[in-house]
Design a protein around this ligand. Structure first.
Ligand SMILES: Nc1ncnc2c1ncn2[C@@H]1O[C@H](COP(=O)(O)OP(=O)(O)O)[C@@H](O)[C@H]1O
Ligand SMILES: [Mg+2]
Length: 219
């Protein structure tokens, strides 16, 4: 596989989409060919499944939900991610398999080993070269959540109980400690977080970081 596969993970509103966009922009400014994508989604079929998954009117059992996510992922992997990697692109995905482990495994309490077996099948066994987990302390997480729900309303996943959210948040703490995963503090400014992600990726891809600097003042 010639490309490089980066995944941004973390609970809702940890800043994944914001950081994925900034990272893709920066990589393009460094003349890398980039595929910016997201899960669930990334293809027409997968975006349709995403609509179903996030629709507050749908009643979806945990097992059904798991298969919908994995179906979306199989399509996404086969028709978008694998070809992009084969052609040498840097793939930046907003969520991937770790989300299913966190939400359907820890959150819904489906057996984590089963979830991870299905993750492997749905991704043809490919794993990200780098997973960055955006970690948000509970208090800040709740503040962002209150504000967003007031402004936009909640989708189906966001309507879950406090217990579910706590399990998901706790799962990210555990999963962030796995080998090959980098955990970063997302309770900081957008630019500061971007600078840290950039330096992680620059080191792995042998790129110069360029303009925006981390607030620490270090090169
Ligand atoms: N570091 C940050 N500090 C404060 N607000 C942020 C930060 N990063 C993102 N946001 C804001 O929080 C909201 C959720 O960010 P988003 O990137 O959509 O998160 P996610 O994709 O993880 O759900 C957006 O309104 C975004 O502008
Ligand atoms: Mg997002």
């Amino acid at each position: 596989m010639k490309g490089f596969f980066i995944v941004l993970e973390g609970p809702d509103r940890s800043g994944k989409s914001t950081q994925a966009k900034l990272l893709a922009q920066w990589l393009r400014s460094r003349r890398r060919k980039v595929l910016l994508t997201r899960e669930p989604g990334g293809t027409r079929l997968s975006e349709k499944l995403r609509e179903i998954l996030l629709d507050p009117k749908e009643q979806i059992e945990p097992l059904t939900e798991l298969f919908l996510y994995e179906t979306s992922r199989a399509k996404h992997t086969l028709s978008i991610i694998l070809p992009a990697l084969a052609s040498g692109k840097v793939v930046v995905s907003d969520r991937f398999t770790m989300s299913t482990t966190a939400y359907q495994g820890y959150g819904r309490r489906l057996p984590v080993a089963t979830v991870e077996t299905l993750n492997k099948i749905a991704t043809c066994g490919i794993a990200p070269d780098l997973t960055v987990v955006l970690r948000v302390p509970g208090r800040i997480f709740e503040e962002r959540e209150r504000l967003a729900q007031k402004l936009f309303g909640a989708d189906r996943m966001e309507r879950e109980s406090a217990g579910f959210r706590r399990r998901v948040n706790g799962a990210y703490k555990v999963l962030a400690a796995r080998p090959g995963v980098v955990s970063i503090d997302a309770a900081r400014g957008i630019e500061e977080i971007h600078a840290e992600i950039k330096s992680l990726v620059a080191a792995r891809l042998g790129l110069k970081e360029g303009r925006a600097r981390a607030a620490s003042g270090k090169g």
